[in-house]
Every structure is written in structure tokens, then in C-alpha cells.
Design a protein around this ligand. Structure first.
Ligand code: AMP
Length: 507
């Protein structure tokens, strides 16, 4: 894909299939024609509001059609967008605003107001620098280079400050080129389920593949997902042809015994990514959706959504004790390296290092963190994932991490991030956060706390206080569920809190 071909193609559906639904959520829908005219109008407003400026724009909401309008408008106006979910508390949003240099935050309401205002205003008389006048004169498109940032996704950072992964236009085009070969979308009747929030990059795959195909993106809200009966009804009514989610979501659906191919009869593919997929879950999905291709895919945000994938069948599952994460995508490679940066022998364990055109330029405004994780190999960009893995006959296997990053119910969490926020609370002298494990997966977070003073030995009250303060700083999925108050931490020989011993206290 070249330049802004993706955006041009989405716009073209506005003429070819004007009344087709592009995105729908919570009973509200937007057609392709509306998507085109509204995003053009909003882009015009952005060009006026932020003239000669390419600063990132924060887009804050939860699955509303206006968010999709905002993403396209930002790109048309030359601004990378930062998709943010309303699950984030105000303090964390403020940290992101300040560190990203964003000068504007668009909410669904703000999008709506600008479009309405634009409809009643005179078209701009002076074209903006670097912008192109479109045929109908309604919108001026800003020129893009492959290295220009397209979106920035914020992930948990180990010191308590989230880090913004910059994905360039070239990165995204390279990802989509691969996806369109692996999942050719010839039908306009594609219905993609929008399961994960837009702030999680798995959504990049379902949103843009869907809009590219001229299909319908049917986004499930947090409330729908949180209520099993509603979720089942929503899935049954969805007419979905494509399901892309974390294994955690799949597990949630399978709790309903009757859930299967009969519930989503048009389903053509299931792609799971973002966390470990167990044998048992993969087999259960093959049983419940016979004949529907099931894929496992792997990749960090830093390498544009996915870097490996593989279609699973019983024969493949039977061959290995762990479910493989797949083969490296074409045009890129995944090396298994030792601590000296040398490739390990076939079948040996090492760090997964991703190389290729889909590897991000780095973290926004954080050259320090960028140089720690990214490097150049030959003439290609490369990224240290921090994941352990091994390769057997070209097929890759994931074997955990060598740092404190975990995936809890599909969410990426640096334990150090939660700890830093706990330590910043009044009365907390020190804190260690650990996951509990079930069937090899993190199940919930436990915080071990040393309080500076415990005058009233009322742990219940102390827990409530900490939870309340912490929820002002962190989204709900990052909050520990258990708090254990201790007077001291057991120490390692180096004098650090001994996490192993603390973990043993939980068993
Ligand atoms: P994120 O940036 O949120 O996509 O998280 C990336 C991390 O999630 C990776 O570095 C892995 O640790 C983990 N991950 C992603 N996909 C998989 C998978 N298929 N199997 C196991 N772990 C995965």
C-alpha cells in the first residue's frame, strides 16, 4: 500500500456504497458517506484550529462512531492521533497530554460540535501550507511521507509513566499489506467485531481491515462485554464474519455452553492475539467452530500489532506441547538471540527480537527509552521484545518474559507502573505488586504494602483508602485486588525485595 491509499479507499466507499454502515456501537451507526463527509469537515476544522502544526491529537471516548470520524480526520489534517479510552482516570490522561505535547483532545461531543459548526460556516479561503485542494473544494489533504507518525498508542511504562509507541504511515501500510495477503477480503459483506478498546492496538487490525473492505465494524461496548447475557445476544445478532480478540475474551464467550458456530453462523475467521493461547482453549474453539479458520498471532505494539501468525489445526496442536505463536510475517523476521545479541541455535531459548518495516520509530518524546529498546540491524529497524521464545523449524514459541511486564486478561501491565503509583500515595513507605497465577496465566494482582505508620491496625480501612486513591491514577484493570500489609519485605542477597519469597507467601 502506498501513501494514504488506505484513507483514499475508505473515502471511496463513501461514493460506491454511501448507505453501507461503516461502524456501529451501542445502537449508533455511521454510514460510509457520513464517515467521508464528517471526517472531511472535521479535518477542515483541525486545519483551522491547529494551523501549520502536526502535533498529536488525543481522541478520548469509548467505541462511539465519532471516534472513527476523528481518527480519519486527524490523518487527513496531518496529525497523528492518540486513541484513549474513557477507562483511563483523569490523572493518567493528564500525564499523557503533558508528555505527548498534544494540544487538542477530541471527545465524541467535541467532534459533533465541530462538524455542526463547520456545516454552517464558510469554506476556508486560503489553502493551508502543504495541503491539497480536493475536487469538490470541501477539504484539503495534507501530504504524508512514510515516516510520518500515523497513530500513537500508550502502554504501561515501568516507572509509572505510560509510554507512547509511535506507528508511522509506512509501519501501518506494511502491516496492512501483510494482513491483506493472509486474510484476503473480497467481500463487502464483511462484519468485523470490534472487541478490544481502540486504545489497544489489536483494534487497528479489525478497524482498518474492515474499513478497507467496505465492511461493517460492529463494536461491543464495555457494558455489553461485562454482562454475559447481553454479550451472547450481541454476538448472536452481530452477523460477524471476523472475530479478532484476546484469548481472555474467547474464554469469556465459551462459558456459555450453547455458544458456538450456531451463534455466529457467518463467521469466516477467528484471530487470537495479545496473550498466551492455551491448548485447551484452542481445541475448544476448534470444536465449537468446526471449519472456521482459527489463528494464533503474536506481536507487541512496538511492531505494529502483529509480527507472527499461524493457522491452527488439530494436527499442529497435537505436534507440540505449547501452542505456537506462528511464523514471522513476510518482509520481517523474528530472531531468537542470546544476551550478547547473537542468534541462538535452533530450538534454544533466547530473546525474541523483531526486525522489519513494521518496527516503530520509537517512543514519543522518549529518546532514552527508545535507544534502550530499539536498534538498527543491517539497514532495518529492530526491537528487543523482552519476550523469551524459541524457534523450531521456523515456527516460533513464546516462553514468558524476562521482566515485570504481564498480560492480565489481555491488558499489558508493567508491575513497576502500579508499584510507582502505590509508592506515591501518602502513608505508603514501600510496595511490591505481584500477580497470582492459575493454569500458567496471571489471574489477579496482589499488592504487598509497607505503611509508614499503622496506628490503627485496620487493614480493611487501609485497603479501601489505597484502592480509592489508586483508582484516581490508574485504570480499573491495573488495580490490585488484594492488599497484604507487612512490616518488612524479605530481601535478596542484593538487598532488594525478594519477589520470589513474597510470591511464596501467596501459595
Ligand atoms: P501489546 O503491546 O499490548 O500487544 O503486548 C505485547 C506483549 O504481549 C508481547 O510482548 C508478549 O509478551 C504478549 N503477547 C502478545 N501476543 C502473544 C501471544 N500470541 N502469545 C503470548 N504472548 C503474547
Amino acid at each position: 500500500m502506498d501513501g494514504l491509499e488506505l484513507i483514499e479507499r475508505i473515502d471511496r466507499w463513501g461514493t460506491l456504497a454511501p448507505t453501507a454502515i461503516a461502524h456501529e456501537s451501542d445502537g449508533r451507526a455511521i454510514t460510509y458517506q457520513e464517515l467521508k463527509t464528517h471526517s472531511d469537515a472535521l479535518a477542515g476544522c483541525l486545519l483551522d484550529e491547529l494551523p501549520d502544526d502536526r502535533s498529536p491529537v488525543m481522541v478520548l471516548g469509548h467505541k462511539e462512531p465519532e471516534l472513527v470520524v476523528a481518527y480519519l480526520a486527524c490523518i487527513k489534517a496531518g496529525h497523528p492521533y492518540i486513541p484513549l479510552d474513557t477507562a483511563l482516570p483523569a490523572q493518567r490522561l493528564e500525564i499523557i497530554r503533558a508528555s505527548s505535547g498534544a494540544r487538542l483532545t477530541l471527545s465524541p461531543q467535541g467532534v459533533h460540535e465541530r462538524i455542526t459548526l463547520h456545516a454552517s460556516a464558510r469554506p476556508s479561503e486560503t489553502p493551508h501550507e502543504g495541503a491539497t485542494q480536493m475536487e469538490n473544494g470541501s477539504f484539503e489533504r495534507v501530504a504524508y511521507k512514510p515516516e510520518d507518525p500515523f497513530y500513537v498508542i500508550y502502554t504501561s511504562g515501568s516507572t509509572g509513566t505510560p509510554k507512547g509507541v509511535v506507528i508511522s504511515l509506512g509501519n501501518l501500510n506494511s502491516f496492512l499489506d501483510w494482513m491483506l495477503v493472509e486474510h484476503p477480503l473480497v467481500e463487502q459483506d464483511e462484519v468485523f467485531l470490534g472487541i478490544v478498546p481502540f486504545s489497544f492496538d489489536v483494534s487497528i487490525m479489525d478497524l482498518y481491515l474492515c474499513l478497507y473492505a467496505g465492511g461493517t465494524h460492529r463494536s461491543l461496548t464495555r457494558d455489553e462485554i461485562g454482562d454475559p447475557a447481553r454479550l451472547h445476544r450481541a454476538l448472536a445478532r452481530s452477523g460477524a464474519t471476523a472475530w479478532i480478540s484476546t484469548p481472555s475474551f474467547a474464554r469469556l464467550c465459551l462459558v456459555e455452553r450453547g455458544f458456538g458456530a450456531g451463534t455466529i453462523p457467518n463467521l469466516r475467521r477467528i484471530v487470537l492475539a495479545g496473550e498466551v493461547l492455551s491448548h485447551e482453549l484452542a481445541s475448544e474453539l476448534l470444536d465449537r467452530f468446526p471449519g472456521v479458520p482459527l489463528w494464533n498471532a503474536y506481536g507487541p505494539t512496538e511492531a505494529t500489532v502483529l509480527s507472527t501468525s499461524v493457522q491452527l489445526d488439530r494436527e499442529l496442536l497435537g505436534r507440540y506441547p505449547d501452542v505456537p505463536i506462528g511464523f514471522p510475517r513476510p518482509g520481517g523476521s523474528v530472531l531468537v538471540m542470546d544476551e550478547n545479541g547473537q542468534p541462538v541455535a535452533e530450538g534454544e531459548r533466547g530473546e525474541l527480537v523483531i526486525v522489519g518495516p513494521h518496527v516503530s520509530p520509537g517512543y514519543l518524546n522518549r529518546p532514552d527509552l527508545t535507544s534502550q529498546a530499539f536498534f538498527t540491524l543491517g539497514n532495518q529497524r529492530a526491537y528487543h521484545t523482552g519476550d523469551w521464545g524459541r524457534a523450531l523449524g521456523g515456527l516460533l514459541f513464546f516462553e514468558g518474559r524476562h521482566d515485570d511486564l504481564i498480560k492480565l486478561h489481555g491488558y499489558r501491565i508493567e508491575l513497576g507502573d502500579v508499584e510507582a503509583h502505590l509508592k506515591a500515595l501518602p502513608g505508603v513507605q514501600d510496595a511490591v505488586v505481584l500477580p497470582t497465577w492459575r493454569d500458567g496465566q496471571p489471574e489477579r494482582l496482589v499488592a504487598f504494602i509497607i505503611l509508614s505508620e499503622r496506628p490503627v491496625r485496620d487493614d480493611f480501612q487501609a485497603t479501601l483508602n489505597l484502592r480509592r486513591h489508586l483508582s484516581e491514577r490508574l485504570p480499573g484493570y491495573m488495580l490490585p485486588q488484594l492488599y497484604r500489609f507487612v512490616d518488612t519485605f524479605p530481601l535478596t542477597v542484593n538487598g532488594k525485595a525478594d519477589r520470589k519469597k513474597l510470591a511464596e507467601m501467596l501459595t
